[in-house]
Design a binder for this molecule. Structure first.
Ligand code: HEM
Length: 267
């Protein structure tokens, strides 16, 4: 079933009878499949609640304003080459640094290993490259920290990339990000399994975020709209636990880029 209306999407996301699609539990230790079987994102019930609690505690130790400042500083230091900045800032805040000190044939390399592992984290596509990246990351950090890095990586970069396409001189980074999240979201859909019927439900986040019952003139990209009840960070039982962190990382990059040279791009 495909859900496109905002109210129906919220009803599914609020209902614990809808769960994430199951992932395989028999992956060899240290592989991507093994990791996916151990993270909050794909677990349910009490196990999900316990795993999620650990992540929320880790996130509570990070200060969004500091993430924003660090992301802006690193983007400026790299002369605007912002790719990898959100992940590098988050990794450093979580105490993960690249290191040659850990004995390993091939030492972990956060800027390369996080994207490689993240590429299959949500889709479940298992590749030797993703497995090797997970194994290397496990020499630096435990499953909860790796979860945060992999969950955040692609969505935050996609948000920045899309926001830059919409940016106009003088735009306020936060307003630009809010409207990008609503109108052109980095995550286009999320899926659930209805445990009562066995049916798979796809929630079309783009359509729900443009539901005319909720958003006036929904197709128009309007950064002056103000914060809106978009569903891009999820809702209900298992929303993104890090919307403030994601926004801070993205806003920091935009602070540096938009103040350096406002990009006069068409909307
Ligand atoms: C623009 C960036 C981001 C977007 C749009 C986003 C969106 C989401 C959404 C929609 C979910 C729920 C998925 C579902 O219901 O199926 C989710 C879960 C999650 N997100 Fe984010 N996220 C972003 C950035 C981040 C960042 C930077 C972090 C880490 C610092 C993070 C950590 C997580 C975690 C750990 C979960 C799983 C929560 C759970 O299992 O209960 N996200 N995210």
């Amino acid at each position: 079933m495909l859900i496109t209306r905002h109210a129906e999407a919220r009803a599914v996301l609020d209902d614990a009878a809808y769960v994430p699609l199951p992932v395989r539990q028999d992956g060899a230790e240290g592989t991507l499949a093994w990791l996916r079987a151990r993270v909050s994102r794909f677990s349910t019930g009490e196990i999900h609640a316990g795993r999620r609690r650990v992540l929320v505690e880790l996130l509570a130790g990070l200060e969004p304003a500091e993430l924003r400042r660090a992301a802006a500083a690193m983007t400026a230091e790299r002369d605007g080459d912002w790719r990898g900045v959100p992940t590098a800032v988050l990794a450093s805040a979580l105490g993960v640094e690249d290191t040659d000190a850990v004995p390993a044939d091939v030492p972990a390399d956060v800027p390369a290993d996080v994207p490689a592992a993240a590429s299959g984290y949500l889709s479940g596509e298992e590749t030797p490259q993703a497995d090797a990246a997970v194994a290397r990351l496990l020499t630096l950090a435990g499953v909860p920290v790796i979860t945060l890095l992999l969950q955040g990586h692609a969505a935050t970069e996609a948000l920045i990339e899309t926001a830059l396409r919409h940016a106009e001189p003088g735009d306020d980074p936060e307003a630009l990000l809010d409207e990008t999240l609503r109108q052109d979201p980095p995550l286009r859909a999320t899926r659930r399994l209805d445990t009562r019927t066995g049916e798979t439900v796809t929630i079309d986040l783009v359509a729900a975020n443009r539901d005319p019952d909720v958003f006036a003139d929904p197709g128009r990209f309007d950064p002056t709209r103000g914060p809106s009840p978009h569903l891009t960070f999820g809702s209900g039982v298992r929303p993104c636990p890090a919307p403030g962190h994601a926004l801070a990382l993205a806003a920091g990059v935009l602070d540096a880029l938009l103040s350096a040279s406002p990009p006069p791009r068409p909307r």
